[in-house]
Design a protein around this ligand. Sequence first.
Ligand SMILES: [Zn+2]
Length: 136
Amino acid sequence: MTRQNALTPNGHVRARHAKPATTRSTSTSAEVGEVHANRYPKHEDPTKGQVYNGVCNTTACVGRRAVWLNRGTFGLYCTTCARGQNRYNEVPICILVDRKPTIAEMDAHHHAMMADMSALRKARHEQTTEPHFSNS
Ligand SMILES: [Zn+2]
């Protein structure tokens, strides 16, 4: 019943596989870097929108050079998409980054955006209520 003896005993197949790992496509996971759990959308291709200078996160976009971080979706976007997203928002949602941010950095960017948005809302509210105070 011990048929293993007839075959190669100590799995040299495995040892050979381990060697050329550096020349294989393992660089992809390094380029993706840290991926935020709350990223949106969760593309089937794990590199889409997650590699700095790679493919844009917009589903219908195949643009490259994704160097803009969307502080809401935690994906990277091409300049065209990023500008489109920022156009209708006074507080920019997309910011230009010089590398793939870490998850901690993405969270910090997200909080900064939320703070800017609430500050803007507050400033607007104070502006509209101000005349009431000076009207006495
Ligand atoms: Zn795009």
